[in-house]
Design a protein around this ligand. Sequence first.
Ligand code: ATP
Ligand code: MG
Length: 438
Amino acid sequence: MPRNGHNISRRQISENALKVLYRLHKSGFKAYLVGGGVRDLLLGLEPKDFDVVTNATPEEIKKLFRNCRVVGRRFRLAHIVFGRDVIEVATFRGHHDQGDDKTSKSNASGRLLRDNVYGSIDEDAERRDFTVNALYYDISDYSIRSYGGGLQDLNAGVLRLIGDPATRYREDPVRMLRAVRFATKLNMQLDKAAAAPIRELAHLLSDIPAARMYEEVLKLFFAGKGEANFHMMQEYGLFQPLFPLIHNGIKENPKGPLNRMVQMVMSNTDARVIEDKPVTPAFFYAALLWYPLRTRAEEIAHESGLNLYDASFAAMGDVLEDQCRTISIPRRFTAPARDIWQMQLRFDRSQNTRAFKLLESPKFRAAYDLLLLRGEAEGGHTAKCANWWQSFVEGNDELRSTLVKSGGKTPRRRNRNPRRRRRSNEDSHSPESQGRDE
Ligand code: ATP
Ligand code: MG
């Protein structure tokens, strides 16, 4: 499609990407903007990043740019670094029947462990995942090349995989997650043939290195479409291999608080992303894994005779270790996630003068946000505790000191008279008892 047939102008392309494209072109190489950048500009969306592809090899690219780093083992490419902006420059990929063991390697299930066979632009297009991602913007004449019907599919809103879907998913199971992500992000229909094998192949995701999965999960849940991705992943059996603990917990008790918690975390994260508020994996994982943590703590308490409070600390390590087998969460997020969990244990015991101290803790806000979600997910005692803290947080000095005085007393009085406590619990749903509580 020539320049006058489409609406992409150079002004929409980042200055750094243009610099890279022009330098390659002037040095006699072919240079194209490719993939999401072209796709999103054609759809009128703002691209997340601009990827470049060329016939220059990583070594040749390195000679052209001082600010170049060659990265990646499975898929080698060049990063051209402009301060915090990085332009990824890949070399055209070819077919694997032309490769040797150094450039091309796959495992028994067909997964590509090395994808470094270079080729022509036509071959490169066939190696891409979806037709709408096989769009190339040519810097030499500003035309767009579309392969496999990419432009038609883009206009029709169809997400079609290039080649035989099962083979392409086996080569790289992450493509199944990309299918979900693009379907929700671009509001496109996943083509029937691309959808059909996913349920059966979803389990292959458990082979993917946990570090890569961490990145994919960020793209799935921190870009404003988390709730939609969660539902679609569940529909296709893709949630289980990533979050086995959470999946099992929901399966055991679909009406339980865990299911509600997951929904709320997803929709709240989406809302924050859309409002441009900060989101952190520390809170995300702490909230998602709170109920699996409780379950594990109860098991430990039961097996070892530890009380639930001590067992919870032991359970934190177990649950994080378990989750990190599939998604390697960096320590800079697991450490604050533990803090958020510890604070949950303290909220219940600190509805007294200790509350002031808790309020000053740097993790208070995140922990308090989780407490509010737990209150909504569970109701009952937790909701009461959450309400107390909400009044405390929002109240003025006078209200706070009243709360601290009354909050501390209630459990002590109850403890002295277990018979009365039992009775008041039993009729806690009657209007009379609610009136009394207030
Ligand atoms: P976005 O940047 O919005 O997530 P994108 O399509 O640009 O979407 P990238 O991960 O930036 O995705 O990859 C750039 C391009 O590289 C893709 O458009 C696609 O052509 C190709 N690509 C990326 N990952 C794969 C993969 N796993 N298999 C085949 N092709 C891929
Ligand atoms: Mg991209």
